[in-house]
Write a protein that binds this ligand. Structure first.
Ligand code: PLP
Length: 370
């Protein structure tokens, strides 16, 4: 077979008592899942990968590296689900969590002086596309004796490889660019150290969060076009950003490819591209956003990102609704913020769609809300 076959079997025959073959039970190990794990480890430059049922399962897996009563230092503006999980586990006494703006080296140093077992990094961040210097935050984490983990979901290994910049673990929601077709929910953790890979694999088996073989098969199929997709995604995103920057009703565009973006220089240095996630602030707040998204034709109002199709989302009421209002205020996620996952359609259609929806949007550009 040119393509690796799909092994759906939940169980595998033993040769004899006490003599399992290479595989015994699919929660513990499965050939289809292993092909995906090997490919992800290669792409990220890790010793191995553990493929699980969702991005959140991958985040959770890495949190199991934190000893009881330990301390996690995380970005104040991370993905809402990660924020919720960290707070929920901390609330139950599993560990202590401190949220900090990691772009502020002094604030991070102060935070780390309280001790840390795990430093969580997410760059570019969801949804504001803030960029942190991975090498420098990892160095600070290591000096404090902590493991450094990077959520690389927004760029994929095609555009950023955190292990080469000093991270110990990379986490992915494979639901996003790695699969790329919005038909799988999955996750993976890749580690630099084989002992950490083994520990993560042990937990995935123990918790029962291992990914399904069919999902691994589909994700591998998506992965084969990752590089080609990312090139078109990014080209389209650049064109969309150009159109948005001067568009009436748009107050600010967040995209690391813009020269005046505060993280532009770091992004240039540590990324191989700027990706295709774009956020912008609309004048007129939620009223304007509601009116805008109702008028869109090619951008579907939906959570998630990284699929071939373009999506639009309102982080305050969708992806980041799990954060309380105060945490959203601190992170800078306002009611007028819109997030786009720019797909690989014809960019002219996308730009025309955005322009028409902005033109007609009620509540922005001084148009009175009804
Ligand atoms: N990390 C980031 C940056 C995400 O955007 C998401 C989901 O949107 C996740 C993790 C969680 O992934 P999943 O939805 O596959 O559980």
């Amino acid at each position: 077979a040119v393509m690796p076959p799909l092994h759906l079997s939940s169980t595998f025959a033993f040769e004899d008592l006490e003599r399992p073959g290479r595989y015994d039970y699919s929660r513990t190990g499965n050939p289809s899942r292993d092909v995906l794990a090997g490919a992800l480890a290669d792409l990220e430059g890790g010793a191995g990968a553990v493929v699980v049922a969702s991005g959140m399962a991958a985040v959770d897996l890495v949190l199991h590296l934190v000893p009881p009563g330990g301390r996690v230092v995380a970005p104040h503006d991370c993905y809402g689900g990660t924020h919720r999980l960290l707070r929920a586990r901390a609330g139950r006494g599993a560990f202590e969590v401190a949220f900090v703006d990691q772009r502020d080296a002094a604030a991070l140093a102060r935070c780390l002086s309280g001790g840390a077992d795990l430093v969580w990094i997410e760059t570019p961040s969801n949804p504001l596309l803030r960029v942190v210097d991975i090498a420098s935050v990892c160095a600070q984490a290591h000096a404090a004796g902590a493991v450094a983990a990077v959520d690389n979901t927004f760029l994929s290994p095609a555009l950023q490889r955190p292990l080469a910049l000093g991270a110990d673990v990379v986490v992915h929601s494979t639901t996003k660019y790695l699969n790329g077709h919005s038909d799988v929910v999955g996750g993976a953790a890749v580690a630099a150290d084989p002992a950490v890979v083994d520990e993560l694999a042990w937990w995935a088996n123990c918790l029962g969060t291992s990914g399904a073989p069919f999902d691994a098969y589909l994700t591998l199929r998506g992965l084969r076009t990752l590089d080609a997709r990312m090139r078109v995604h990014e080209l389209n995103a650049r064109r969309v950003v150009e159109a948005l920057v001067d568009a009436p009703g748009v107050r600010q565009v967040h995209y690391p490819g813009l020269e005046h973006h505060p993280g532009h220089d770091v992004a240039l240095h540590q990324q191989d591209g700027f990706g295709a996630m774009v956020a912008f602030e609309m004048e007129g707040g939620k009223t304007a956003v509601r009116s805008f998204v109702r008028r869109l034709r090619w951008f579907t109002l939906a959570e998630s990102l990284g699929g071939v199709e373009s999506l639009v989302c309102h982080p305050a009421t969708m992806t980041h609704a799990a954060m309380d209002a105060e945490a959203r205020r601190v992170a800078g996620i306002g009611d007028g913020l819109v997030r786009l996952s720019v797909g690989i359609e014809d960019s002219r259609d996308l730009i025309e769609d955005l322009r028409a929806a902005l033109d007609g949007a009620v509540g922005c550009r001084g148009t009175a809300p009804p």
